[in-house]
Design a protein around this ligand. Structure first.
Ligand code: EPZ
Length: 422
């Protein structure tokens, strides 16, 4: 295993180029299962989650080639309709192969993904969506068995649940409906930019999807989809992570480049309201340091609300921001593992029922801490940037799941970070 050692107190400067989106790449790679044609997908980040997805596709019989950020996938001859436990357990997002496999084979067997540290990760809404298209779902022996005895029929499905809508659930139904017979109307659909990118990818294959990015998506089923070429959108969560780094630890400012600022409007709004100047161009946001920045009250919600994937990073900023901040995660109320680790660094907070009240302290002090999930680990890197002394972050594989070369990117903008085997 490896750990990162963050030597605090080295101010950041310059420009960081953001990679393609992990959360757009995963469903788009799964969607290649819907065609026998060749798909060329550019700007796929080289992170372990996308590598796991490529392993799953290969396990199903796909031909896969990868050259730096470009992936070529051809699912001409699939040999299986099964996504086994030993692959799915490594990455729960692999559940997004269910929709395309069901649509292609009229059946599929996929291992139940299980939960993770940020909370229980049910898929009841996914299954409800498939049943709305005429499939039968049974769960047995830790596997989901889906069958569409008479093929998939378009219909009206509602993807909203107790915690709002579901991103991968919307993706799954979108992919299944693309080649179902008839028209499907998806109500309560997720509006995330990654869902829009998937819809754009499917439409470039010949699908007929309208309304992506709104809560109602209409899909007119087609008989066949062809291969295509596509460039994945920038990773808005990686971009937001570096925007917080700029606010927290830049000498004066940090330019976050090769992004779509529209995907970061709420992060920009919250930072500006907290006193951080943010300059915007067509493909970049430059965040200025402000030692007198103020705290904020944040409640996460589905896009275009404040993203749950950015709340840990904001906690890292508020840990040394004067005053009191309140962070409430309505999507994953348990997603606060980062706080107990930051407490080891001297952070001052209370936590109850999915809400953290954070009181800023003068400075954190470096300490050995444990990464637990992707975004909590990134928050610990941010917390270490300004801490007194050095911070050892163990189990750094959590970060490598979704951040492409995070230590190299931080070194290139002035941070002192070492990656060492432990
Ligand atoms: C996607 O996960 C993202 N992952 C997550 O990012 C992100 O945190 C999440 O959306 C919310 O924005 C990918 O896109 C690969 P959901 P997803 O289904 O689709 C409940 C990261 O850090 N729910 O939108 O799995 C669920 O428990 C990852 O990059 C049901 O109740 O999340 C949660 O409370 C972490 N039943 C809420 O909905 C279901 O069938 C939103 O989950 C499905 C979900």
């Amino acid at each position: 295993m490896e750990k990162l050692i963050i030597h605090g107190g080295n101010p950041l400067f310059g420009t960081v180029n953001i990679s393609g989106s992990k959360n757009a790449s995963l469903p788009i790679l799964a969607a290649t299962l819907l065609t026998r044609g060749e798909c060329i997908i550019r700007r796929v980040p080289d992170v372990s989650d996308t590598n796991y997805m490529l392993q799953i596709l290969q396990n199903l019989g796909a031909d896969v080639e990868r050259a730096s950020g470009t992936v070529v996938v051809k699912c001409e001859k699939l040999k299986s309709h099964v996504a086994p436990y030993d692959l799915v357990r490594k990455m729960r997002a692999s559940v997004c192969v269910m929709g395309p496999l069901l649509a292609r084979h009229n059946r599929c067997d996929v291992s139940l993904p299980g939960g993770c540290v940020i909370g229980d990760r049910p898929i009841d809404l996914h299954l409800k969506g498939f049943e709305g298209l005429g499939a039968e779902a049974t769960v047995e022996g830790g596997n989901i068995h889906l069958k569409a005895r008479y093929g998939l029929q378009g219909g009206e499905v509602n993807m909203s649940g107790k915690y709002g809508t579901t991103v991968l659930g919307t993706d799954n139904v979108l992919m299944a409906a693309a080649i179902a017979k008839g028209t499907t109307v998806i109500k309560g659909a997720a509006c995330e930019p990654e869902v829009v990118d998937l819809a754009d990818f499917l439409n470039s294959m010949g699908a007929k999807i309208t309304g992506a990015g709104t809560a109602t998506i209409t899909v007119e089923g087609v008989t066949e989809l062809s291969g295509t070429e596509h460039v994945v959108i920038p990773d808005r969560i990686e971009a937001g992570t570096f925007m917080v780094a700029g606010a927290l630890a830049s000498e004066s400012a940090l330019k976050v480049n090769r992004i779509n600022p529209k995907h970061l409007e709420l992060i920009t709004k919250v930072l500006r309201e907290s006193g951080y100047q943010v300059d915007e161009t067509a493909d970049s946001l430059t965040v200025h340091r402000n030692p007198n920045g103020t705290g904020a009250n944040i409640v996460t919600s589905p896009y275009p609300g404040f993203p749950t994937d950015m709340q840990a990073q904001m906690c890292a900023l508020f840990a040394t921001t004067e005053g009191e901040s309140v962070v409430k995660d309505t999507i994953f109320p348990q997603r606060f593992m980062h706080l107990s680790e930051m407490k080891r660094m001297g952070a001052d907070f209370e936590f109850d029922e999915g809400t953290a009240v954070i009181r800023g302290v003068e400075q954190l002090s470096g300490a050995p801490v444990m990464a637990s999930d992707l975004r909590a680990s990134a928050a610990l890197v941010l917390a270490g940037l300004n801490a007194k002394g050095s911070t050892d972050i163990h189990r750094v594989y959590h970060i490598d799941r979704g951040y492409e070369g995070i230590d190299e990117k931080f070194r290139n903008i002035g941070a002192r970070i070492d990656r060492v085997r432990e």
